[in-house]
Design a protein around this ligand. Structure first.
Ligand code: RRO
Length: 311
């Protein structure tokens, strides 16, 4: 029997596919739809200490090759998501989940993480270090000094399983420098990648989203090669305890297969989930299983990270 089961930080997921933060995860109703689908888990919309309206609309647009967004971190507040994932822990036949969060400042991030630490929630947390869309707030993970500072402070008190959501990096030196920092900490995972920040999509003579004069994070087909490169670069550099979640450009079983071949233990779907809805998980799972059957692979371990090079 072909299986797409996977493990992160001791949590077993019956399927390696799930939503990417930001898509189908703003409300309990959306999260419940992912929970009831073939997905192996869900991650919540990134929660901040106080609820946020986000940027003015239009702020998300699908294009032929993907999407552009400048949502601006709209969310119902971290308590809404923390209460929900905690409640689900006590349900029968529940799945392990990911709570995504970040503060509007390092202090606020610590306040939120201490709240999670003091709560009954024992699942995974994804600290979002890569939101590209809050005017005046740079993506944290492009500033290595600040990133190192935040992680060093967090792991003084935070002892539950924690991973980080990363922006794409584009230089080998940056992969090296980032990995050197991440390897110093007991991270459960790194998630590569968030949207490619600050792209511009134009229709006729006008931008397609309102915030930031049209600048926004790019997802979908456009970003798969960048996502795969980041997954593989960190798979090569990080200590084996730090698992990789692959996100970016996944809309077929083949795309998921490639992420796993590059080293991903879990694969997230963003733009394509927005375009197709939660039924996408069953389709892509079947496509991935068909590829595995064809190649004689029974589990993800049979091919994870085993990308071939040309000698
Ligand atoms: O809400 C957003 O604008 C947003 C976030 Br927090 C993120 O991490 N990535 C993204 O593409 N949009």
């Amino acid at each position: 029997m072909v299986s797409t089961q996977t493990t992160i930080a001791g949590f077993t997921f019956t399927n390696c596919l799930m939503n990417a933060a930001g898509v189908f995860c703003m409300t309990k109703e959306e999260l419940e739809a992912v929970e009831q689908s073939a997905a192996g888990s869900f991650v919540t919309k990134t929660g901040t200490l106080a609820a946020r309206q986000g940027n003015p609309e239009p702020r998300y647009v699908d294009t032929e090759l993907g999407s552009i967004n400048s949502m601006g971190l709209p969310n119902l507040g971290v308590d809404y998501y923390l209460d929900y994932v905690t409640e689900l822990q006590y349900k029968e036949n529940t799945k392990p989940h990911f709570l995504s969060l970040v503060g509007m400042s390092p202090d606020e991030t610590h306040t939120i993480l201490k709240k999670v630490m003091d709560s009954d929630y024992n699942g995974l947390v994804e600290l979002n270090l890569s939101c590209p869309n809050v005017p005046g707030k740079p993506q944290i993970a492009y500033d290595f000094e600040t990133t190192n500072q935040i992680l060093s402070e967090v792991f003084r008190y935070y002892t539950k399983p924690l991973g980080i959501k990363l922006p794409p990096y584009f230089d080998i030196v940056h992969f090296d420098q980032a990995a050197e920092i991440f390897n110093q900490y007991p991270l459960a995972f790194v998630n590569c990648v968030n949207s490619v920040g600050n792209g511009l999509v134009i229709q006729d003579e006008t931008v397609v989203i309102k915030p930031k004069n049209g600048f926004g994070g790019i997802g979908g087909d456009y970003i798969k090669p960048t996502a795969l490169a980041n997954v593989h670069a960190f798979y090569q550099r990080l200590k084996p305890e730090i698992k990789i979640i692959g996100t970016g450009g996944v809309k077929t079983g083949r795309d998921a297969f490639e992420h796993i071949l590059c080293g991903a233990s879990m694969v997230q779907i963003g733009t394509a989930l927005h375009q197709e809805g939660p039924e996408i998980f069953e389709r892509i799972t079947n496509e991935l299983k068909d590829i595995m059957t064809e190649k004689g692979y029974q589990s993800l371990d049979d091919f994870r990270g085993k990308l071939n090079y040309i000698n």
